[in-house]
Design a protein around this ligand. Sequence first.
Ligand SMILES: Cc1ncc(COP(=O)(O)O)c(C=O)c1O
Length: 395
Amino acid sequence: MKLAERMSRLGTETAFEVLARARALEQQGRSVIHLEIGEPDFPTPPHVVEAGKRALDEGWTKYGPPPGLPELREAIAAYVSRTRGVTAGAGNVCVVPGGKPIMFFTMLALLEPGDEVIYPDPSFPIYESLIRFLGAVPVPIPLVEERGFSFDLDLFRDRLSAKTKLVILNSPHNPTGGVIPAADLGSMAAMLRERDLMVLSDEIYSRIWFESAPASIASCDGMAERTIILDGFSKTYSMTGWRLGYGVMPAWLAQAVAKLMVNSNSCTASFTQRAGLAALQGPQDCVDAMVAEFRRRRDAIHKGLNEIPGFRCALPVGAFYVFPNVEGTGMKSKQVADFLLNEAGVACVDGGAFGTYGDGYVRFSCANSLENIAEAVARIASVSDRWRVPAAQSR
Ligand SMILES: Cc1ncc(COP(=O)(O)O)c(C=O)c1O
């Protein structure tokens, strides 16, 4: 028996493969500092855990409505309306098990084979994986480091075609930590609003920023009706394992996504949704404390990596990753990532795993303690004499 042909077009997330290799090394007694996985290392805030436990005791253990509990959809609609300056109601919201299903379901609902999808390169590998899986045509647009890892807008205009069905944006951005400037969103909106296409705006890191609050393209004139805002609880409230995310989109698409939920999950776990309600409506100082800690770590790793010969690290302004250029080491970035794991005991992800234009970079996640980050930088520094860097080339 053979797998269906489409399975050969499905990609994966390299971070999980690096994690498996790192764990194998640890089993052999090696010490590894984990900077590969994009999962906040903080516990879920206690009041959220309490709400989840209470929900279990109260019997929130049954099926719920496929698009989510009405009270949670209402709360999400109010939150997104407030933070993105849009007018959303519960009918615009679909609650699903994590942010990823919003990618899957909206693309499944919208894309025909041959439709073109514009997306950033480098970016979260699941975008390209799903585009190919659905027989659509990937149209990657390189991000420009000098523009804070945003698009070259002329190139963006050039790549738009009559076949473009979907544009994927992600800000704050994984893996670069870039945030799309509001002015760029305005320019893109001007190019997109007259076209028959949708925008998937992945805002899963919307609360993790260090300079100014990221804007959403949904706030631009005429864009709310053609935008799917993807957000969720995984990163903001350190709830990766609870599996809780949502999309805010036009009602006609929300109904289609609800239908896909009926056909796949039936619903998102009811007690998880009750915990999500507590997260949205409860105190937010846990988020502020997490972001403050991410900022300390970002500053430390950014400074430390820039002192290593062969590394050049831009300052990320959002999310919790740093994405240094490592071409100065004289090695390919994949080799650098392997070398750091095997020789220094530091796990990171090759930038090429996020797209062709990620080649030459590696991604470190700041989801580890300040002490471990300092130790990781020291370990990298201690092996850096093993790559040859002419002094002039190293900065
Ligand atoms: C850009 C981006 N979008 C979406 C997700 C998926 O989040 P979730 O775990 O809620 O499915 C991730 C997770 O790493 C991500 O980096």
